[in-house]
Design a binder for this molecule. Structure first.
Ligand SMILES: [Zn+2]
Length: 437
């Protein structure tokens, strides 16, 4: 470890201890737990180092959030926020190699639910925040460290609530880093690209309804709501939305082409995608809008044809596509299907400026041959809520990963884990980055 940056090794213990606090968020109040305990753990670690912390419950008991500030040298510059969500998705212990809330450190990994989504950044930012305070480090601008509830259920009782009801907590914050980015992807001959998230797709929930004629299951039926819905769902599932190359996706694919020597054909990027390994599932989803059916509900008795049926699609839209997307949906499902639509907008920023320069310097100080590339996340994060306050988002939770690790499969997956050396690397990079941001 370079002599100039040390003392953030406690990141491993912090990550393990955070994972041990079960913060399962099922999206239902009855199945959601642990956020208050995790927030109190974070507040205690910060207070030990000399911070004043603010604990806020976001609209419901137990939905704990913690915020702390470290003053910087130039208060006239906007503050930079580092935010992490403390909640995790459920884990079924019987499917795992280790208990998902053990925080076990073995075989070079810290294991458990939240290891990459996203107690790793919570632990890294805690380690760096503690070190800065203890060592009297004055960063170039104010830093805000935020630890939040409820991201996994859309932040309604987390970032969304705080932005709506307590915006003063984020006074002066102009930029933020958080998930999902900063991780390495080995392409070409062992060259590590680090993917910095500069954009997120928009999210839409599409509900389709059909009506038909109810009746006895033994009779002839030509107006069956379930059959009509099933046909519409199958048509929409088979529909491919048009290829639209947005700037971050184009820049990312051009960068991979540059690193691998594989030609990038803008009309057919399959060759470049083919060099990405498992990450192609996510990058491939940023080439066009997607609509995946996730729920289907109809019927109440095996010998009754019901009069109604409904289905839900999880839709992810590229910037500027909402109108065109809905037009296509209507044409595909047809006039006999009624639709409801609710959406959250995409997020995007440019890949330049002081923050990107600082990221590049911090990563290449620890991994000299690394190349940083912008990319678009196919999913959404708390960045959507903070966008409402005009806060610029970059996904940067630095992590050096082994070339063969299927990182995207770890998100919400079985045996979620984070490499110990990658986590230490990330804490060192974050330390360097926050000193020059
Ligand atoms: Zn997450």
């Amino acid at each position: 470890m370079p002599a100039t940056v040390c003392g953030v090794d406690e990141v491993v213990t912090l990550a393990s201890e955070l994972i041990r606090i079960d913060t399962t968020n099922t999206g239902e109040p009855s199945g959601t737990r642990g956020e208050r305990a995790a927030a109190e753990y974070v507040a205690t670690r910060l207070e030990e180092a000399g911070y004043e912390t603010t604990y806020v419950e976001s609209g419901a008991p137990g939905r704990g959030n913690v915020i702390a500030r470290l003053p910087g040298a130039d208060p006239s510059r906007g503050a930079l926020m580092v935010h992490s969500h403390l909640d995790v998705v459920p884990a079924e212990a019987s499917e795992w190699s280790v208990h998902p809330f053990s925080g076990e450190v073995s075989g070079g990994y810290v294991w458990g639910r939240g290891a990459v989504d996203m107690k790793h950044l919570a632990a890294m930012s805690l380690a760096v925040a503690r070190r800065f305070r203890r060592d009297g480090v004055v960063p170039p601008r104010d830093l805000v460290f935020a630890y939040l509830a409820d991201e996994e259920a859309g932040g309604v009782h987390g970032a969304g609530w705080l932005v709506e009801h307590r915006p003063e907590l984020f006074d002066g914050v102009t930029e933020a880093i958080s998930e999902v980015g900063g991780f390495s992807l080995t392409v070409g001959d062992g060259v590590r690209a680090y993917l910095v998230e500069t954009a997120e797709k928009g999210v839409g929930w599409l509900r389709l309804h059909t009506r038909g004629t109810a009746g006895h299951g033994s009779l002839l039926h030509t107006d069956n709501a379930v059959a009509k819905l099933a046909a519409a769902v199958a048509r929409l599932d088979a529909h491919e939305f048009p290829l639209v190359l947005t700037p971050p996706v184009r820049d990312f694919l051009a960068g991979v082409s540059d690193l691998t020597g594989v030609a990038f054909d803008e009309a057919d990027p399959a060759a470049v995608l083919g060099r990405l390994g498992a990450v192609a599932r996510m990058i491939g989803a940023t080439l066009r809008d997607t609509a995946n059916v996730t729920m289907f509900s109809a019927g109440y008795k095996d010998n009754v044809v019901p009069s109604t049926a409904s289905a839900i699609f999880d839709c992810r839209l590229l910037p500027g596509r909402e109108e065109g997307f809905l037009r296509e949906v209507d044409a595909v499902v047809g006039p006999s299907v009624r639709r409801e639509w609710k959406s959250m907008p995409p997020v995007s920023t440019s890949f330049d400026g002081v923050l990107v320069d600082a990221m590049t310097a911090a990563i290449t100080a620890e991994d000299p041959d690394a190349r940083l590339l912008p990319y678009m996340l196919s999913a959404g994060t708390d960045a959507k809520a903070f966008q409402r306050l005009g806060i610029r988002h970059l996904g940067f939770a630095p992590l050096r990963l082994p070339p063969d690790l299927d990182y995207t499969a770890l998100f919400h997956g079985v045996d979620e884990r984070v490499p110990v050396d990658g986590l230490l690397f990330g804490a060192r990079v974050l330390d360097r980055f926050l000193r020059v941001c």
